[in-house]
Design a binder for this molecule. Structure first.
Ligand code: PEP
Length: 254
C-alpha cells in the first residue's frame, strides 16, 4: 500500500491573531496537489486552534502541539486529549525535541502520551531524533530506536501514527540533513519497525523528516525512498510552505 505524502507545519509558539489570519489566507488561496496526493496538517498554538480550524480550507487539517498524558482534571495549565477531541481537532504533535529537551519529557512519558492520545481517537505525529553529540558518538540509531520502542511498547495499532524523524541539530538551525543522511535513518527506522513491530506496520507507517526543510531542499529530500513527507517549523510560517506541499509531486512521478 502506498504511503500518502504528509506535510505538517509546526508553528511553535509564534504569531498574533492577525498573523495567523494572514497565514491561513495564504494557505487558502494556494494551488496544491489534491488530497489523494498529499495530506496537509498545520499546528498553530493552542489558543489559535479554533480560529484556524474555522477558517482553514477544508482539505487541510489542524494539529495541537502537545496534550496531557492522561484524562484531564487537576493539572493546571494542561490541555487534555479529550478537549482536543471535543473541539474536533484531529491531530496532535507529541514528543517534539523542544519539549523533550526543555521540559524534560522522557521517552516513557512521550510513549504514555502517544498511547493515551490514540486511545481517545486523536492521530499522532510522534517526534524522534538525536542530538549532535549523539550523532557524533555514533549512537543515532540507538537513540531513535529507544524513543520509538517507548512508543511501540505502549501502542498496538499504528494506523493513526506518523513518525517524524527530526535530528535535533537540524531543527531551527538552517543545517538540514543531507538527503542521504535522512534516507539512512528512515530506512533503518523502517527496518527497526519491521523487526520489532511488524512488516505491515513498517510498510505502511509514514516516516517524515523534519529539520530546516525549505522550498529549496524539499524536492530532493522528498524524493528519497523512505521519506514520506515533512514536519516543517520556520518555513511553515512563510509562503514557501506551499512549495514544500508541492514537493509531494516528486513521489507521484517516482
Ligand atoms: C520543527 O520544529 O519541527 C522543525 C522541523 O523546525 P525547523 O523546520 O524550523 O527546523
Amino acid at each position: 500500500m502506498a504511503r500518502k505524502f504528509f506535510v505538517g507545519g509546526n508553528w511553535k509558539c509564534n504569531g498574533t491573531a492577525e498573523e495567523v489570519k494572514k497565514i491561513v489566507n495564504t494557505l487558502n488561496e494556494a494551488q496544491v496537489p489534491s488530497q489523494d496526493v498529499v495530506e496537509v496538517v498545520v499546528s498553530p498554538p493552542y489558543v489559535f486552534l479554533p480560529l484556524v480550524k474555522s477558517t482553514l480550507r477544508s482539505d487541510f487539517f489542524v494539529a495541537a502541539q502537545n496534550c496531557w498524558v492522561k484524562k484531564g482534571g487537576a493539572f493546571t495549565g494542561e490541555v487534555s486529549a479529550e478537549m482536543l477531541v471535543n473541539l474536533d481537532i484531529p491531530w496532535v504533535i507529541l514528543g517534539h525535541s523542544e519539549r523533550r529537551a526543555i521540559l524534560n519529557e522522557s521517552n516513557e512519558f512521550v510513549g504514555d502520551k502517544v498511547a493515551y492520545a490514540l486511545s481517545q481517537g486523536l492521530k499522532v505525529i510522534a517526534c524522534v531524533g538525536e542530538t549532535l553529540e549523539q550523532r557524533e558518538a555514533g549512537s543515532t540509531m540507538d537513540v531513535v530506536a529507544a524513543q520509538t520502542k517507548a512508543i511501540a511498547d505502549r501502542v498496538s495499532n499504528w494506523s493513526n501514527v506518523v513518525i517524524a524523524y527530526e535530528p535535533v541539530w537540524a531543527i531551527g538551525t538552517g543545517k538540514v540533513a543531507s538527503p542521504a543522511q535522512a534516507q539512512e535513518v528512515h530506512d533503518e527506522l523502517r527496518k527497526w519497525l519491521a523487526k520489532n513491530v511488524s512488516a505491515d506496520v513498517a510498510a505502511t507507517t509514514r516516516i517524515i523528516y523534519g529539520g530546516s526543510v525549505n522550498g529549496g531542499n524539499c524536492k530532493e529530500l522528498g524524493g528519497q525512498a523512505d521519506v514520506d513527507g515533512f514536519l516543517v517549523g520556520g518555513a511553515a510560517l512563510k509562503p514557501e510552505f506551499i512549495d514544500i506541499i508541492k514537493a509531494a509531486e516528486v513521489k507521484k512521478s517516482a
